[in-house]
Ligand binder design. Sequence first.
Ligand code: G3P
Length: 500
Amino acid sequence: MSKYVAAIDQGTTSTRCMIFDHSGRVVSVDQREHEQIFPQAGWVEHDPEEVWRNTREVCAGALAKADLVTGDVVAVGITNQRETAVVWDRTTGKPVYNAIVWQDTRTDRIVNELARDGGPDRYRSTTGLPLATYFSGPKVKWILDNVDGAREKAEAGDLVFGNMDTWVLWNATGGPNGGLHYTDPTNASRTLLMDLDTLSWNENNAADMGIPLSMLPEIRSSSEVYGNIRERGALAGLPVAGILGDQQAATFGQACLSPGEAKNTYGTGNFILLNTGTEKVMSENGLLTTVCYKIGSNDSVYALEGSIAVTGSLVQWLRDNLGIIGSAPEIEALAGGVEDNGGAYFVPAFSGLFAPYWRSDARGAIVGLTRFVNKGHIARAVLEATAFQSREVVDAMNADSGVALTSLKVDGGMVANELLMQFQADILGVPVIRPVVAETTALGAAYAAGLAVGFWEGEDDIRNNWAQDKQWDPAMDDAHREKIYKTWKKAVTKTFDWVE
Ligand code: G3P
């Protein structure tokens, strides 16, 4: 009888449950969006209880849509938006504050204060990360500093912290009644609190941020049986056996399992990860060093990562804040109605700029406007921004690794956009390749869980399941490519020094 693996993908804008068969094919998917809460400029929050409710619903929904019963599923994997921080009471299960989302910039003052002693690279050698508002540690400090009574409760051992993987796992495995307070190294490596060599919490970093160690989840591997889902709900009793941060999960699902293989995921933001094997490569060009995955007791595999904060969310902004399009896919036709960007460049520094700049003082700008520019040009500039930002990260990766990338695997929602994919190949000057299953994030988490329970035997199964759907080859002449890329770089400089 056929068996399946389920993956819970707790993303930035929605939560999904996807069910996969042994060939890595999607059998069913159920999805719920959650509210994006913007209390003030630069702040982004989610309601963790809403997210958990949605998680339960989509698990039931995916099972029902596939016409399966719980016993048809052998294991559950979790993948998640990374860095988003939740602090909750271990006895009541209630969050003390909304989840502070990875895009949120409220911790800029905390980050600047920490940088005063040792500069922005103060924690790079231990954690692989620059000091930036993006990561979880400073967000936890903000909650402890600003929520009434939180610090006292934390010091008394009553509060716990988790990224969304931990929040989902803890609730799924019993919540206040024995829920597992675990995470995996891919998520822990995004906190500024984990030592990249030992995969354990760094006491000094935690002390610098005033975070009691008792709040931090236990760091397990990315693929092992952690425990079973409690006896309620659709997936009750099943083993949870995989945890991977969403970008690392996509890397795994794309079968980037050997050093030198890379993928670019087009989601809310874009995230390019290059597998560097068991060797941890420190970036000199604005990339992060992060854990790519750790399968059971195997050595951990590392990655170089270029994180781009705003790509797909810029299309949503065009839809929701300006109303230029009625739905996200409409952008392709609008952008396709003009020859080029008409001279307009849109630098979406809404959360400052991430890789390779790491500037929290930057804010978004549209430059190069003339009376000629129409909404088609703006739509085009929006799509081009994703491709230009990806090119900047690939340039940094080539410089760090000393080897030029020869092709790029892509996945995520925006890879359905043919115009963008062609422009991406044009601006990179290398082929862009889309797999048959573009939902590699959930697939990667399913693989991690399925490997732990022996549903898949090893990495060869993952490699064999990967199949190409389409390839775009570069068609732009070199001189034009370099000319427009140079203009983009100039546009980027116009966003600097905006926030004092
Ligand atoms: O680091 C943030 C990233 O994990 C968010 O991914 O796909 O939920 O936007 P996504």
